[in-house]
Design a protein around this ligand. Sequence first.
Ligand SMILES: [Fe+2]
Length: 177
Amino acid sequence: MAWTSMDTFVDACRTAATSADPAEAVRAVMIEAVADPARVVADLPDFEGEDVVVAHDDAVAVYVVRQSPDTAGPPHDHRMTAVVGMIEGVEIHRLFRRQGERVAFDREARIGPGEVIVLGPDEVHAIANPDRHPSLGLHVYLGDIVTGERALWAPDGGEQQPFTVEAYDRYVTRYGG
Ligand SMILES: [Fe+2]
């Protein structure tokens, strides 16, 4: 279903999340939604800061994420499937392997407007924006990530710690180092 409105998108995600294969169904909704990225951008709510929670309940949480230019966030997990669709700029997803309580960098995926990435419940990733312009992505989680417990690691690894927004923000660095 091509993009019509944020409300329609959220409803479509909620319906997809109750299907037999929620990850694939939400991925399909996302692919169609971001196929015309400019249309989505034109329809976004005004918000300040890095992200806004558009909707969340037990089925899905929908965020708009604006990553500042030349920034890199710390590794973290979600403990539920995440489906990310890009609508403006670039998000680099650095993917990590778990090694006990620690994580080690494994590989990198780069997505641009119209592209979609799906992360499984156990995946650990860190997102970065390598460009000089803010990036915009739609992040859909198959559960209520707003209230769920999850984990965070310092940018250079180290012991797992509880995810908090404050800790996340403290670990944001320049992408260029
Ligand atoms: Fe994430």
